[in-house]
Ligand binder design. Sequence first.
Ligand SMILES: Nc1ncnc2c1ncn2[C@@H]1O[C@H](COP(=O)(O)OP(=O)(O)OP(=O)(O)O)[C@@H](O)[C@H]1O
Length: 360
Amino acid sequence: MDTRGSGYKSILDLVNVERSFEGFQAVKSVNLRIKQNEFFTIVGPSGSGKTTMLKMLAGMDQPTRGDIVLNGQSINSLAADQRPTCMVFQFLALFPHMTVGQNIEFPMKMRGESPEQRQETAHRLMAMVRLPEDYYGKSVMKCSGGERQRVAIARAFAYDPEILLFDEPLSAIDAKLRKTLQKELKELHRQSGKTFIYITHSLEEAMFMSDRIGVMCRGELVQVGTPEDIYMRPRNRFVAEFMGDTNIFDVRALPGGGWESKALPGVSLTLVPKDKELEGFVMVRPERMQVVLPDGPMPDNVIDCQVQDKFEMGARDQYELVFQHHPISLELPHGSLSEVTIGSTLRLGWNAADAVFVTE
Ligand SMILES: Nc1ncnc2c1ncn2[C@@H]1O[C@H](COP(=O)(O)OP(=O)(O)OP(=O)(O)O)[C@@H](O)[C@H]1O
């Protein structure tokens, strides 16, 4: 699939990039154009080829076919240390016997910068990643996980790369600190003007941080788009289901008008087809389902469901229901339906505009 697009300045172009391991294609003919200063996130199930992609961009692995083009020049044959990229890992490769300052200064030392120059830059980078000034002489072994991650990010910036590559940098960090670091990384991206390419298993993190998201499945880049595109306008059923809970119904146009679904027998549906399709699947996100009240507005589609379970998820409540035997998901702000009991009947509905056509 060609997801290169046009009309903007790209820093990195992947042209038919493939990587095979003894006949097994871990990455299949990927075409992608990454914009300068973009925050681009790759998501996908385990084994879908995300790390293999990132390693090829870093020069730690080579494509078996295709070209990686940086600022218009192929960099396939450039070694990792000659590329303007730097990788930040989940299990950060800091030097344990060194101080925070020495770790951050390492790339500058390799470049032969003077101790004064190095120290000045190290302090500037420490301030940038919000490390206290007196941490300069502290052993990294005495830093917390979050502080070490900040040291690793500061050191990555000390290489002064054009592109920073992040392989799940926050996955080993607890939820509260992760949220803080996500905000800081986003701000760092904005301030630095560098291009970030990021891998995460957290869809929430991807949605929160990225300008665009690329979804991988079995080595293929199946969709590239803004977080809203990917969540609300998934290209196929895999992306719809991977990017969050969803209701999926098979649908067919009826000869006399209206639609039917095997999943919802006896219900005549109102839908707005994409591209004059006569059958396929539609997706309705659980938060787009509405509870139909006797004196409230009537959505285009209405079904009576039985409540099977309720899960309180902080600010949101999730409900599992069934229409006959078909599972239905509903998500509401916490406390919206305090009187509903398990086993009771709830009238749900959705508007035609909230049902998105997806291919198999
Ligand atoms: N050096 C290798 N030799 C053989 N197979 C490999 C090698 N590296 C990766 N693979 C295979 O390529 C596929 C993609 O691996 P990759 O690590 O890129 O996936 P991933 O999407 O990053 O997974 P995860 O989310 O679990 O980290 C997997 O099936 C993996 O076993």
